[in-house]
Design a protein around this ligand. Structure first.
Ligand code: SAM
Length: 304
């Protein structure tokens, strides 16, 4: 596939490169901010599951001024970003929470964002379950680092048990909304919970042995009634005239400006496909071209 045909695939992917964002996800946070004014008055922010770093880039461009501190956490190494303190760590570990608080010199964060996603298996039930676990882990670490009144924004999969997650979040935040930015594909069950006014239950002591993670699946949470049933407002956010992430656009968007290819702002540090690229670059991906006795081409399976 040529470079330009790759660019045709997704408008936000292309715009991200043109504007210097490390990933197209930057637009999701920007569109959420436009709707919720997330960054107003924020000085200490945490970006959970941050690699390759486009949300951290958004935070560092949007949060300016004295005393601003941004801490980014990911299991994977991330290329350095000016103004962003990086922790290579696991958000399910209490040591990670302690390290974040150390960087804030004992003070709590005003905003925690989490775009965490596990490696998708393609098996929807499993993907939804793992994503839910990651969200609860993010909520758990957030209870260690967020100030009362603070905001938490996290990726959520709107699967069949999403009501349970909303109920858990409502225990800790007075306002919970589910938002779908324009840059998040309609074909994806991904959305984002925007949880405002952090107010943990009286006497709640943050801990990492997460009782929320051990819920019982004998209950059908969607059939809960009365005060046990939490309905969270759903909002399609972002300017509706913005690009549609499910559409394909012509390469030349601006009739006045000729299209030219832009390389990614930050290529992955050690992607899983690195070995294959090395073999290809060095012409080591040899394919068998001999003819079979019947005269048909032999298998074209790569020999490396
Ligand atoms: N928001 C990022 C950006 O804009 O560049 C993209 C985040 S990417 C979709 C999801 C990230 O979640 C991956 O980098 C992955 O390593 C991270 N992740 C998954 N589980 C994690 C965990 N337990 N602790 C820390 N990071 C985790």
């Amino acid at each position: 596939m040529g470079r330009s045909s790759k660019d045709k695939r997704d408008i936000y992917y292309r715009l991200a490169k043109e504007e210097g964002w490390r990933a197209r996800s930057a637009f999701k946070l920007l569109q959420l901010d436009r709707e919720y004014n997330l960054f107003q008055g924020v000085r200490r922010a945490v970006d959970l599951c941050a690699a390759p770093g486009s949300w951290s880039q958004v935070l560092s461009r949007k949060l300016q001024g004295d005393g601003v501190k941004i801490v980014a956490v990911d299991l994977q190494a991330m290329a350095p970003l000016p103004g962003v303190i990086q922790i290579q760590g696991d958000i399910t570990k209490v040591s990670t929470a302690q390290e974040i608080v150390r960087h804030f010199e004992g003070q709590a964060a005003d905003l925690v964002v989490c775009d965490g996603a596990p490696d998708v298996t393609g098996l929807h039930d499993i993907d939804e379950y793992i994503q839910a676990q990651l969200l609860l882990a993010a909520l758990n670490i957030t209870t260690h680092v967020l100030k009362p009144g603070g905001t938490f924004v996290a990726k959520i999969f709107r699967g069949q048990d999403v009501s349970l997650l909303y109920s858990q979040l409502k225990i800790f935040f007075s306002e919970v909304t589910c938002a779908k930015p324009r840059s998040s594909r309609n074909s994806s069950i991904e959305a984002f919970v925007v949880c405002c006014s952090y107010s943990p239950p009286d006497g709640y002591v943050p801990n990492m042995s997460n009782p929320l993670l051990d819920h019982c699946y004998d209950v059908n949470f969607n059939q809960l009634e009365g005060p046990n049933r939490v309905i969270v407002p759903f909002l399609a956010c972002g300017d509706l005239s913005a690009y549609d992430s499910d559409r394909t656009y012509p390469l030349q968007l601006d009739p006045e400006k000729e299209y030219s290819y832009t390389p990614p702002a930050q290529p992955p540090i050690s992607p899983p496909y690195q070995d294959a690229c090395f073999l290809k670059r060095n012409n080591l991906l040899v394919r068998e071209r001999e003819q079979t006795p019947a005269g048909t081409p032999a298998s074209s399976t790569p020999t490396h």
